[in-house]
Write a protein that binds this ligand. Sequence first.
Ligand code: PBG
Length: 322
Amino acid sequence: MLQRPRRNRKSKAIRDLIAETSLQKNNLIYPLFLVNGENKKTEIDSMPNCYRWSIDLLLHEIEDCIKLGLNNFALFPAVEDNLKDKEATYSYHHDNFYLQAINTIKNKFPNITLMSDVAMDPYSSDGHDGYVENGEIINDKTLPILAKMAVAQAQAGIDIIGPSDMMDGRVGVIREALDQNGFTNTSIMSYTAKYASSFYGPFRDALDSAPKSGDKKTYQMDPRNKKEALIEAELDEFEGADFLMVKPALSYLDVIHCLKEQTDLPISAYNVSGEYAMIHAAAQNGWLDYEKTYMEVLTSIKRAGADIILTYFAKDFAKLKS
Ligand code: PBG
């Protein structure tokens, strides 16, 4: 045998020498959940070690993460039912605790990257990402609401707008609204290929944001499709997105790879709540090794072509690497 591939695996040093994929803290975005009020920290049942934080305690948590070397965060609000309505008006209300929190966080930690969520579902009495009329999600009535939400977040000081709603044309409408209001430096990370997935279950528990009726299949993508992701990517790039995202990550590694080949924009992947919950559940049963399994998962997402990973494992990863 002239070729013995095992020679390149014979020691840890050699394996490290030839490793094709490396995972860094600065490639990660840590998603965090915010609730209204003070002195609140409630664990999310289906997401061990993830909490809904009030802003006062969240500031300490972010400080902790910064000390561990994490500098990028995505913030999601859990909104009380009495603040929800059909038009999601609370999303851009000047008293909105989410917008105030963005402002407070960015004032205290100007050097971090903070990313938002733009979609109607946290604020909608229908629990859908778009405007609902007779059971239908109306695309073009949703767009101006998303634009208002994005501008309000930009005013609060957000670094990256994260449209997660999957309405057609929203990246363009948001880009235009941001520019018209002077926010030419506010970035957009589009949820480009967001699939109608069962892996969002724990997240919807965390935010109490599940649809009140129906499902999200008329706007989120069909898991059977890959070429459709290329159409979405082309549109988002054309409409002015700065980053393209694939979501979920693990069951869609082929889509991540495909998008990475098509575009020169940075690609991100959202390692979602259900992917996090699965590993925790198996580890709690003693069926999988927690650390080794999530490391393998994150590595596979990077290897598939993601430059950036949004993951609830970020803090554990950062601790491990400190
Ligand atoms: C809602 C939104 C969802 C997630 C991020 N933004 C859920 C959904 O579309 O129902 C899911 C994130 C996760 O599961 O970790 N616009």
